[in-house]
Design a binder for this molecule. Structure first.
Ligand code: AHM
Ligand code: MG
Length: 330
């Protein structure tokens, strides 16, 4: 027997659960189910290049009849994998306008799931990495079934957060507040295997900034100056335009990812609950920083489900320097 046994994601989740005597297993089951959904989405993302061959550009053929977009498919996979388990009381998806109730025929549980089922899907035809992002909260409302109140919780209340990156390999990275752990999908056995235990963002890390610099003229003077200074300090620019891919690189190499507010989008573009908060929990747990320009993303009190936020994620001292630069905007 090998000295270092392979650690599957299920084994890892169970090991983490054993450290919490109060755990009921429900929470572990949710993570397990998300991993299953991720495998299904991964399989279809990998096949997306075949879309043109079957002659339905921009669309995805699921069962030979039903033609749907891949992001809608991913949304359905998340819902169908998690709606009936009795562990969730409500869900929300970047793809869906309103809170998603658990169907009446199924029991409700104590947890809440928010997700962006397939972020960056506008890049799919270019074979660029896409991602799924998820966030889990505890139910706080009094009624039997969950609702908006359960969904509008600040990031620091998250019990778990994670993402899946569908890249040259598929990786799932998650945290329950006990370190950040990354798993790589081994397709031949269909298992996520622990490949990146205890992830930490390198500090100082590589000198990389990541932002859509085409919007430079719309930025505030403080934002412009901060980026000018990064260039003067010898930073390189890397921007894929697919959040999970840009975030994953930032977590592994260090540097700073930015999606600032600008004159056209004064609240930024990215969503607080589906994108910013879960990635903020991960980066802070990995020793880095998150900000909306004024303070940690994890302290932002959400007011609406699809709320947008300016977003900065990365090596802590770069986030602090960015906040200082933005102060000068008043
Ligand atoms: P989407 O929800 O339409 O896929 O948009 C989200 C994507 C992110 O993946 C990425 O960080 C950002 O939009 C890129 O935006 P831009 O093209 O303005 O740089
Ligand atoms: Mg998105």
């Amino acid at each position: 027997m090998a000295d270092d046994p392979l650690v599957t994601i299920d084994r890892h989740i169970i090991d983490q659960e054993r450290r919490r005597p109060e755990a009921t297993g429900a929470f572990s089951n949710i993570l397990h189910d998300i991993a299953i959904a991720a495998k299904i989405i991964s399989r279809e993302v990998n096949r997306a290049g075949l879309v043109d061959i079957v002659g339905s550009a921009g669309k995805f053929n699921v069962h030979g009849e039903d033609v749907r977009k891949l992001d809608e498919f991913a949304d359905e996979v998340m819902f169908n994998t998690l709606d009936h388990t009795g562990h969730l009381c409500v869900m929300a998806s970047e793809e869906v306008e309103d809170p998603i109730p658990i169907p009446d025929e199924f029991p409700c549980g104590n947890y809440v799931l928010l997700h962006d089922p397939l972020d960056g899907s506008s890049n799919i035809e270019a074979n660029v990495s896409l991602g799924t992002i998820f966030s889990i909260h505890r139910k706080i409302s009094k009624g039997e079934r969950g609702g908006l109140e359960d969904l509008l919780q600040p990031g620091h209340k998250q019990l778990a957060a994670g993402y899946v990156v569908y890249g040259s390999s598929t990786m799932l990275v998650y945290t329950t507040g006990a370190g950040v752990h990354g798993f790589t999908l081994e397709p031949s056995i269909g298992e996520f295997l622990l490949s990146h235990p205890g992830m930490k963002i390198p500090d100082p890390g590589k000198k990389i900034y990541s932002v859509n610099e085409a919007y430079y003229k719309r930025w505030s003077p403080g934002q412009q100056k901060a980026v000018d200074e990064l260039k003067d300090a010898g930073f390189s620019l890397r921007y894929i335009g697919s959040l999970v891919a840009d975030f994953h690189r930032t977590l592994l190499y260090g540097g700073i990812f930015m999606y600032p507010a600008d004159a056209k989008s004064p609240k930024g573009k990215l969503r607080l609950l589906y994108e910013a908060a879960p990635l903020a929990m991960i980066i802070e747990e990995a020793g880095g920083g998150s900000s909306n320009g004024a303070g940690s993303i994890l302290n932002v009190e959400p007011e609406e489900l699809h709320q947008r936020t300016p977003l900065y994620l990365g090596t802590r001292h770069l986030i602090e320097a960015m906040e200082a630069a933005l102060q000068s905007d008043g």
